[in-house]
Design a protein around this ligand. Structure first.
Ligand SMILES: Cc1cc2nc3c(=O)[nH]c(=O)nc-3n(C[C@H](O)[C@H](O)[C@H](O)COP(=O)(O)OP(=O)(O)OC[C@H]3O[C@@H](n4cnc5c(N)ncnc54)[C@H](O)[C@@H]3O)c2cc1C
Length: 485
């Protein structure tokens, strides 16, 4: 596909924090931007756990990118998974359900993020979904609320339901902490009056990590404080505990002292590791830029690829100066890239290296309890929670999503309810079912241009026959009477 005019063409890969903010930062530039992404939405990943635990609905944290960019005239949105990047010929190839598109670019911003890492044990994913996408969050919602339902059935039949009421979160980083805190609140507060055969307050929530502390990026003191707060709301925190095996009914853990333990738990949630998007491999092969253990690519200090000043890589895909995998790194990196493109077109000198401004980090433990780190300031409790509320309201994309989230937070935090508890069997099982199909969802659609003329004739004949039966008053009339008439 080629652009219709000679304006500078920018292709942006990804509609996450880097992709969306990079595209928006180019709104006044004399360029044509094509943002290609494998989902139709921009995802606010930090609130995925609230979709999984029924506080928010998917739409609150995942507005359609097409709508977000509707008034940005120089930007277009294309649905597709990028499968090839050809740096020499400056093209990007994307694919969606068997339909391939080639895009030419003058400048490229790669912001394809990171995925879940099971540290080489990918088969764990069947029974312990990660939390990276709306699909993941909805599946987890189904599994979490579904476990309480199965426990109710089991208790009604007189079965032992301990394993159904045990929830294990693997990974004590911000995502794991937030998830464990919310499941504890669900069990001990939200659901306590909803069941008859089980007492949801007896549910166990276990947070495991191989590392010796909770929330390592927040430092030892806040980590210890968070652990105590989690324990206060009923979360069992097990540190130095490495998961060695995992199946449908539970998992095996090896402790630091060599002891092994089997935990019976239907619901496992993987919040343990991240791996950069595999597109870093092709970029590395074509430039010689090395990858680190998490698959992140070493970029130049100005976020370009070695030998390719026209290609910027931003966000979770990069390894530069120990920058963390957080939203602000992606947002600021993408804005830096957009500004550099604009300056080059204006004939201005380059900005030089990318400088990250750390605005701080925070994690919510439960309602009215959070931890926050801003510069040298370490905050906990209600003050940190209010900061968390303010920051998230500012960064959720779109006014209507902010209003909707605020309303649902009021319902969940001040009341006992959760507005988004809907779950279906499809939600729980579709991912694994699709994974078992050889070519995933592509198997379920016809390929472009594949069109069955005979089937069309059959459908036309069938419709004509239906119409004739109605027109001739032949419906409901026995065959013998029809011929007699
Ligand atoms: C559960 C969770 C909680 C988090 N909490 C916080 C938090 O509290 N604070 C914080 O600062 N950070 C948090 N983060 C991290 C933060 O979300 C990431 O650092 C940030 O999203 C990185 O932005 P990005 O643009 O690099 O990638 P992403 O935002 O992940 O965007 C990647 C985009 O690329 C698309 N894509 C991927 N592969 C392809 C392909 N081949 N072709 C086309 N498109 C593709 C994806 O669909 C997506 O649109 C959290 C992350 C997770 C998963």
């Amino acid at each position: 596909m080629t652009a219709t005019n000679d304006r500078h063409k920018v292709v942006v890969i990804g509609s996450g924090f880097g992709g969306l903010f990079g595209t928006k930062a180019l709104r006044r530039a004399d360029v044509d931007v094509t943002m290609v992404a494998r989902t139709t939405h921009h995802l606010f990943q930090p609130l995925l756990y609230q979709v999984a635990t029924g506080i928010l609905s998917a739409g609150d944290i995942a507005p359609p990118t097409r709508e977000v960019l509707a008034s940005q005239k120089n930007a277009r949105v294309l649905l597709g998974e990028v499968t090839r990047i050809d740096l020499a010929n400056r093209t990007v190839v994307s694919e969606m359900l068997g339909r391939e598109t080639e895009l030419a670019y003058d400048s490229l911003i790669v912001a394809a993020g990171a995925g879940q890492s099971y540290f080489g044990n990918d088969h764990f994913s069947e029974f312990a979904p990660g939390m990276k996408s709306i699909d993941d969050a909805l599946e987890l919602r189904g599994r979490i609320f579904g476990a309480f339902e199965l426990a109710e059935i089991g208790a009604t039949r007189g079965d032992n339901v301990d394993h159904l009421l045990t929830f294990v979160v693997v990974g004590a980083g911000p995502t794991g902490v937030e998830m464990a805190g919310q499941i504890a609140e669900l069990a001990h507060r939200t659901l306590k009056k909803d069941f008859r055969a089980i007492n949801t307050r007896t549910a166990r929530v276990i947070l495991l990590d191989a590392a010796p502390q909770v929330l390592p990026p927040f430092g030892a003191k806040l980590g210890e404080r968070t652990k105590r707060e989690l324990e206060k709301i009923g979360v069992e925190v097990r540190l130095g505990a490495m998961v060695t095996d995992l199946d449908e009914r539970g998992l095996e853990v090896r402790h630091k002292d060599g002891r092994t333990e089997r935990i019976e738990a239907l619901t496992k949630i993987w919040a343990a590791g991240v791996q950069a998007n595999p597109l870093t491999r092709t970029l590395s092969e074509q430039t010689g830029a090395p990858l680190d253990r998490a698959g992140r690519i070493a970029v130049n200090p100005d976020l370009t690829l070695p030998g390719h000043p026209e290609v910027f890589v931003v966000g979770d895909m990069i390894s530069l100066d120990n920058l963390p995998g957080v939203a602000q790194v992606a947002i600021q990196g993408a804005k830096h890239a957009a500004k550099e493109i604009q300056r080059r077109l204006d004939g201005k000198p380059g900005q030089g290296p990318f400088h990250y401004f750390d605005k701080g980090s925070m994690a919510i433990i439960s309602r009215f309890r959070a931890v926050a780190m801003v510069g040298r300031l370490r905050l906990t409790g209600v003050v940190a929670w209010l900061m968390w509320l303010g920051v998230h309201l500012v960064y959720i994309t779109g006014f209507k999503n902010r209003v909707s989230a605020l309303l649902k937070w009021a319902i969940s935090f001040f009341g006992r309810g959760r507005s988004a508890r809907t779950m279906t069997l499809q939600q729980i099982f579709a991912r694994n079912a699709l994974a078992r199909l050889e070519r995933g969802a592509t198997d379920l659609v016809s390929r472009p241009g594949e069109y069955d003329e005979a089937r069309r004739a059959e459908l036309e004949a069938q419709a004509a026959e239906e119409a004739r039966l109605t027109d001739q008053g032949a419906r409901g009339v026995p065959v013998e009477q029809r011929s007699a008439g």
